[in-house]
Write a protein that binds this ligand. Sequence first.
Ligand SMILES: [Zn+2]
Length: 63
Amino acid sequence: MPTYEFSCKNCAKKFTVFTPISQKSEVRCPSCSSAELKQIFSNPFSFLKSKDVCRIPPRGGFG
Ligand SMILES: [Zn+2]
């Protein structure tokens, strides 16, 4: 089953869902139940082109 990563436009929560593509539009935020979600496309494909990934160090380093 495909996984999708979403960011909630209402509360900014990020979460991953496992759902058939036919039910993707029925996904709700687990935190606030909002349907105003923005799908994040970066992660599902990152492994496909890991060779070309530009590694950006986290802001402020590793602590
Ligand atoms: Zn939310």
